[in-house]
Design a protein around this ligand. Structure first.
Ligand code: ATP
Ligand code: MG
Length: 318
């Protein structure tokens, strides 16, 4: 890696989850947590865990929820200098309960938490000045002003020859009341080098339902690499004229939250290290698979040693 750290901006949260399956939080129920969380934070923690420089622009409250997140990020090697500690706001939180069909109900406290007040502080500017890659996490766009922070970071990094990845991570609960969501999506797509959609996000991004047509259109628009996340069906990488498919590792899914973030972080890190597409895809699949075997969104982040061991133990080609 010749350029500086991989950075992102967005929410840091704790996640508190129901230990039972059912519909939402309309009655008392056993809960487990707090776990460190927030899609951008999970992503950055996974980059750091792979031994690559990584930092996040964010904010937490002066409370245990904030401290447990900062401690975890620090322990795994992430740069926490651009995380502002706000004395008058609580750290963000998300309550999650799984439904029978695998869907999730959430109760979010982000907008009125420290995560809703993320600013470009001096510490954040200093991180941006060193950065070599910006990862844009779609979930962060629920935060007022985050688009400006990300676009400023993208401009600075691109002017130095750095690159940009984008995980649309569109969650309907977070999109409500966002009239200019489409405009912003197009703005980010216009500066994206590596796109990491899952499910319907590819069709939404391209404005086309057919997968091949959507991929072709996005590649023609200037995106150089598209990686499709397909959950338990694995993943595919599409670059101009070439396609790589990787089946998922077969694991017992305990908690799917964080799989996409760990997958993306691992793919981005491998590519930044100059590893070929197929190797990056295999490592990313392993990182996603390992994550779903652990309860808690950030509990399953992996080092390269852990990924090598996992891949060796789960080989399907022998
Ligand atoms: P998220 O819900 O975190 O946003 P996502 O939709 O972005 O997730 P997924 O496709 O769910 O991303 O997961 C990313 C990758 O992790 C998959 O492409 C796959 O490689 C791996 N993965 C996810 N779920 C499983 C599973 N049940 N078994 C094996 N691998 C999995
Ligand atoms: Mg996702």
């Amino acid at each position: 890696e010749t350029l500086g750290p991989t950075i992102t901006a967005g929410e840091i949260l704790v996640e508190i989850m129901s230990t039972s399956i059912g519909a939402g939080f309309l009655e008392p129920q056993p809960l487990i947590g707090p776990f460190p969380s927030g899609a951008p934070a999970i992503f950055i923690d996974q980059v750091a865990k792979l031994g690559s420089p990584a930092g996040i622009i964010s904010a937490v409250g002066d409370d245990d929820f904030g401290r447990l997140n900062i401690e975890r990020l620090k322990r795994d090697g992430a740069d926490v200098s651009a995380i502002e500690i706000l004395s008058d706001m609580p750290t963000g939180s998300a309550f999650v309960r799984y439904r029978e069909d695998g869907n999730r109900d959430f109760v979010f406290n982000i907008a009125k938490s420290a995560s809703g007040m993320i600013r470009m502080t001096d510490g954040a500017r200093e991180l941006v000045e060193r950065a070599g890659h910006v990862h844009v996490m779609g979930s962060a766009f629920a935060i007022p002003g985050i688009a400006e922070i990300l676009m400023e970071s993208v401009a600075a990094v691109k002017s130095r020859g750095g690159s940009v990845s984008f995980d649309p991570n569109i969650r309907k609960e977070l999109l409500t009341g966002q009239a200019d969501a489409r405009k912003r999506l197009d703005q980010i797509l216009g500066v994206t080098d590596l796109l990491l959609p899952s499910g319907e996000e590819l069709a939404i991004a391209a404005g086309l339902d057919d997968e091949d047509a959507a991929v072709a259109s996005l590649l023609a628009s200037g995106i150089s690499e598209i990686v499709l996340k397909r959950g338990a069906q694995g993943s595919s990488c599409l670059v101009s004229g070439k396609r790589f498919d990787c089946p998922a590792f077969i694991v017992e899914e305990v908690d799917p939250t964080g799989a996409g973030d760990c997958f993306g972080a691992t793919y981005v890190t491998c590519r930044r290290q100059g590893r070929p597409h197929d190797e990056a895809l295999r490592y990313a699949n392993a990182a996603g698979a390992r994550t779903v075997t652990r309860r808690g969104p950030m509990e399953g982040v992996s080092s390269f040693a852990e990924l090598d061991e996992f891949i060796q133990a789960n080989r399907s080609d022998i």
